[in-house]
Each structure stands twice: as structure tokens, then as C-alpha cells.
Design a protein around this ligand. Structure first.
Ligand code: PBG
Length: 330
């Protein structure tokens, strides 16, 4: 067999012009691929910079409608909300998560009442509400108990659905929570409320700035390794995804993002479902630090990393760069 080869084959031909590169591009990044995480805080007219995440602010509920409209106008299809719960409302059992007037529920209602044409995704996990910073409940030996935690997470999910959340995103990594939440949503008549499962969520060093943003970092005792996944594993991610899909997840997420693109690709190849990834707080902070140090061009690094997520198989990406990126893609 003869092989066509240089000089007949010159891969550089198709790279020689911008028009030609555009013509053969396999991956197109658009604002419709982005989910913008927002941090919510108490007060009125309040914008608090998050120290560890340059360019990110916590917003009070009254400012969310405008932010949602701005995002929608930029073509961003969905927001993800996270609360910085006041210290006085945090407790061992995270009961504030079930308060229909907590920051999250008020935030969801405000965005829906603003009329912004945008989806609202809400995390389900107890860490922004507990005095120990864990995603579930602790027993006397400080172990995170599974089934009792699931019972509370189910109530949290229904509370958020009642407030108007479009997508429930369980990020707690308890076993069986997706099925339990799906059952409760069906029983409550919330048939159209979607579940995006944080299916392959790893115990990661890259969540540090997020814990600063929601104010849980100072409280956290120990680590989350008994429920979040070991970053040494990828077979286990497939098993987690299979379980969450069997339990009723509409889409699945891999988290963190860039160091885990191999997981995204394996999940995408194995399952015919929408896969999302979270470019998490530590990834964002790392890039912004490099930008501030003058060693990285923010816009180019942002577009390159977000395009890489899509190339790996993502339907979309949760990213703190969402607004900047959508503006740039214009
Ligand atoms: C809560 C939750 C975390 C993140 C999203 N939801 C933190 C954690 O699990 O400790 C991290 C997001 C980020 O770092 O940007 N369970």
C-alpha cells in the first residue's frame, strides 16, 4: 500500500489563513455554552469583592435581576447560584437550607420576577448552611452520615423547586440522592425541574476560593474525602455517572474542570447524555493570578481553556469567566 506523504500532504495548508482555519474548526465556543455562577449575600445594594477570586463579587438579592438580564442579553442560557449564609444562620444541622425565605430562595424568586429569560440552577448540598462546613450531617463521631443527609437534601431540593429553580444540581456526593430527589420532585408535581448531577465530583484542592466566597472555609473541619471522589480514579467516575443516570439525572457534571478533561471524554464516549464541567474557583484564581503577574493573556487563556472543555465533549461549562467570555465572543 502506498501512502500519500509530504510534499503531497501538507497539514499546514489548511492552517495558512484565518478563513481556512475557521472553515475546518471542529469546535465552536459560543455564549450558549456557558453557565455563570453567582454568589449571593445579605443586604441591599451590596457588592462584596471575593478576595481570593479577583473580578468576582457577591451580590445582594436586589442586584440579581439586573445581572440576570445582562447575562441573558449576552446569550448566557443559565445562572448557578450560591449563598454566603450569615454566620448566625449556620447550624450543625444546616436547617437554614430548608428555610423558604433563605438567601437562595429569595435569589431565585428575584431572578424569576425580573422576567430575565434565563435558567436558574441551584446547588443542593448543606455546606453553605452548616457550622462544620460539610455537605451532609455529622454523627457523634464526626462521620458524614449518608441516608439522614439524603433526607434533608431532598427537602432542600423541593424547597428550591418551590422557589422556582429550573435545575437542581446535587453537589453533595451522598449515595442515592439523585433518585430520592427525583422521586420527591415528581411527587411534588415538579416534573419539569431538571437534575444536573455533580456525578463525578473529586475531593480537590481547587475549591479553596469558593469556600472563601460562600464563607464555609473557615468552618470546615477535616476534608471531604469520605464522600467526594479520589482524584486517582476514573473507572469510579463512570460508575458514579451510571448510577446518577439510572436514578434520573438529566445531565451530569465533572468537577473540577481542566485537570479532569480525561474524565469528561470517557463519560462522553460511554453515555449519550449532556455532560458539563465546572471550571472551579481554584482554576479561575490560578489564571487570574497569572494574568495579574503579567505572565498570561487573560482573554486568550480564557477562550483556549473554555474551547478545550468543548473539544473534550462538554455540552457546556460552569465558569466564573462566563460574562467576560460572552462579551468577548459578542
Ligand atoms: C458545595 C460546592 C463546592 C463547589 C460547588 N459546590 C465546594 C465543595 O464541594 O467544597 C466548588 C465550586 C468551585 O470551587 O468553584 N458542595
Amino acid at each position: 500500500m502506498t501512502h500519500a506523504r509530504y510534499p503531497a500532504l501538507r497539514p499546514r495548508r489548511s492552517r495558512a489563513h484565518a478563513w481556512s482555519r475557521a472553515l475546518v474548526a471542529e469546535t465552536i465556543l459560543s455564549p450558549a455554552d456557558l453557565i455563570w455562577p453567582l454568589f449571593v449575600t445579605s443586604g441591599t445594594g451590596t457588592r462584596e469583592p471575593v478576595g481570593t477570586m479577583p473580578g468576582v463579587e457577591r451580590l445582594s438579592v436586589d442586584l440579581l435581576g439586573a445581572a440576570a438580564k445582562e447575562a441573558a442579553a449576552l446569550g448566557i442560557p443559565c445562572l448557578a447560584l450560591f449563598p454566603n449564609t450569615p454566620a448566625a444562620a449556620r447550624s450543625d444541622d444546616g436547617a437554614e437550607a430548608l428555610n423558604p425565605d433563605n438567601l437562595m430562595c429569595r435569589a431565585v424568586r428575584a431572578i424569576k420576577e425580573s422576567g430575565a429569560a434565563i435558567g436558574v440552577l441551584t446547588d443542593v448540598a448543606l455546606d453553605p448552611y452548616t457550622s462544620h462546613g460539610h455537605d451532609g450531617l455529622l454523627d457523634a463521631q464526626h462521620r458524614i452520615v449518608n441516608d439522614a443527609s439524603v433526607a434533608v437534601l431532598v427537602q432542600q431540593a423541593v424547597t428550591l423547586a418551590r422557589a422556582g429553580a429550573d435545575i437542581i444540581a446535587p453537589s453533595d456526593m451522598m449515595d442515592g440522592r439523585v433518585g430520592a430527589i427525583r422521586d420527591a420532585l415528581e411527587a411534588g408535581g415538579f416534573h419539569d425541574v431538571q437534575i444536573m448531577a455533580y456525578a463525578a465530583k473529586y475531593a480537590s484542592a481547587f475549591y479553596g476560593p469558593f469556600r472563601d466566597a460562600v464563607g464555609s472555609g473557615g468552618y470546615l473541619k477535616g476534608d471531604k474525602k469520605t464522600y467526594q471522589m479520589d482524584y486517582a480514579n476514573s473507572e469510579e467516575a463512570l460508575r458514579e455517572v451510571a448510577l446518577d443516570l439510572a436514578e434520573g439525572a438529566d445531565s451530569v457534571m465533572v468537577k473540577p474542570g481542566l485537570p479532569y478533561l480525561d474524565i469528561v471524554r470517557r463519560v462522553k464516549d460511554r453515555f449519550e447524555v449532556p455532560v458539563f464541567a465546572y471550571q472551579v474557583s481554584g482554576e479561575y484564581a490560578m489564571m487570574q493570578a497569572a494574568v495579574a503577574a503579567g505572565v498570561l493573556d487573560r482573554d486568550r487563556a480564557m477562550i483556549e481553556t473554555l474551547t478545550a472543555f468543548k473539544r473534550a465533549g462538554c455540552s457546556g461549562v460552569l465558569t466564573y469567566f462566563a460574562r467576560n467570555c460572552a462579551r468577548l465572543l459578542g
